[in-house]
Design a protein around this ligand. Structure first.
Ligand SMILES: *[C@@H]1O[C@H](CO)[C@@H](O)[C@H](O)[C@H]1NC(C)=O
Length: 294
C-alpha cells in the first residue's frame, strides 16, 4: 500500500516545490525598481570600493533596504506580502540572508555528524557496508554544509553548490538502496550501479553548468531519483520485515521524508520575517538521520 502512494506523492509534491528563478511581484514592482535605482545611484558609485562588504555588495544592501520599503508599501496598500527574486523577505541576522534555514541546515549537518560518530564507534570497520554508510554520512554532511552557506548568502556559486550537493545526497541515497539490495560483494550489479551513478552525477553537473542552469530539469532529476529511491527502500523494507526487527525504522524514515516535503507546498510569508515553510522543512528533517542510522 505504502509503495503505491509514496512515489506519486513525492513526485506531486516536488513539482509544487519548484521555485521561480527570477522575477517575483516584489522585485518587479515599480516602487522597488525606482528605490533600487535611486539607492544604487546615490550609494554605490564612488564609494563602491569602501562600501563593499565581504559578502554583501552595495547593490545587495540596496536590494535589502528597498525590499523593506516595498514590503511597507504593499502592506500599507493592503496588498499581499510579495516575494523578491523568488524568495520571501527575511530579516537579515549576523549577515545571514535566511537565518532560520541556514541554522536548521547546520542542525541537519550536526545530526549526521553525531550519528556518524555513533556509527563508527558501534559498527566494526569490517562490517560489509561500513564504507557505504560512512560515505553516505560524508555526502550528507557536505550537502547540508552548502545548504547552510546558500541560505546564509545566495549567489550564483553558492546556489550551484547547494543544488549539486543536494542532488548528490538524493543520488547517494538511491545508490545506497541499490547496494543494500544487491549486497556488499563486488558484482556486475554493484559495478554497473556505481558507474551509472557517477556518470549521472557528472552528466548532471556538466549539463547544468555548461548547457543551461535549468531549474525544471534539476527538479525532475530530483523527483525521479528521489521517488525511485523511496520505492526501492520500501520494497527492501517489505522484503526484510520478518527478518530484521529494525526495518520499521528504515520504512518510517523514508515515509517521513516524503511527508516532510509536504511542508514545502505550504508556502506562506515568513512568521516574524524569519520562519517560512522552507525553514520548517529543514527543521522537520533534522530528527530523521537520528532514526535512519539505527
Ligand atoms: C544610501 O544612502 C542613503 C542616503 O545617504 C541612506 O539613507 C541609505 O541608508 C543608504 N543605503 C544603503 C543600502 O547604503
Amino acid at each position: 500500500m505504502l509503495r503505491r502512494w509514496a512515489a506519486p506523492l513525492l513526485a506531486a509534491v516536488l513539482v509544487l516545490l519548484a521555485r521561480p528563478a527570477l522575477g517575483s511581484p516584489g522585485d518587479r514592482a515599480h516602487v522597488f525598481q525606482s528605490c533600487l535605482a535611486k539607492c544604487v545611484k546615490i550609494n554605490c558609485t564612488q564609494s563602491e570600493g569602501l562600501a563593499r562588504g565581504l559578502l554583501w555588495t552595495c547593490p545587495d544592501n540596496c536590494k535589502y533596504q528597498c525590499m523593506w520599503t516595498t514590503v511597507d508599501a504593499f502592506v500599507e496598500n493592503g496588498i499581499d506580502i510579495p516575494q523578491f527574486y523568488g524568495k520571501w523577505p527575511f530579516v537579515r541576522w549576523l549577515s545571514m540572508q535566511e537565518p532560520a534555514s541556514a541554522l536548521f541546515s547546520l542542525l541537519n549537518l550536526l545530526g549526521h555528524v553525531l550519528m556518524l560518530r555513533r556509527f563508527t564507534s558501534l559498527v566494526p570497520r569490517q562490517a560489509p557496508l561500513y564504507w557505504l554508510w560512512v560515505t553516505y554520512s560524508l555526502v550528507c554532511i557536505n550537502a547540508w554544509f552548502w545548504s547552510g552557506v546558500f541560505h546564509a548568502k545566495d549567489s550564483k556559486i553558492t546556489e550551484k553548490l547547494d543544488y549539486f550537493c543536494a542532488f548528490s545526497m538524493v543520488l547517494f541515497s538511491f545508490y545506497s538502496a541499490c547496494i543494500r539490495f544487491s549486497g556488499p560483494q563486488l558484482s556486475c550489479t554493484t559495478i554497473s550501479v556505481t558507474v551509472l551513478c557517477i556518470g549521472f552525477m557528472a552528466y548532471h553537473i556538466m549539463y547544468l553548468l555548461l548547457v543551461k542552469f535549468d531549474y525544471g530539469y534539476n527538479m525532475k532529476a530530483n523527483i525521479i531519483v528521489g521517488a525511485v529511491d523511496v520505492v526501492i527502500w520500501l520494497v527492501w523494507c517489505a522484503q526484510q520485515r520478518s527478518r530484521c526487527t529494525y526495518v520499521w525504522k528504515c520504512a518510517l524514515t523514508v515515509i517521513l521524508v516524503s511527508v516532510t516535503i509536504l511542508l514545502e507546498t505550504a508556502d506562506f510569508p515568513p512568521l516574524g520575517w524569519v520562519l517560512d515553510a522552507h525553514a520548517f522543512w529543514h527543521l522537520s528533517t533534522f530528527p530523521l538521520p537520528l532514526l535512519w542510522y539505527r
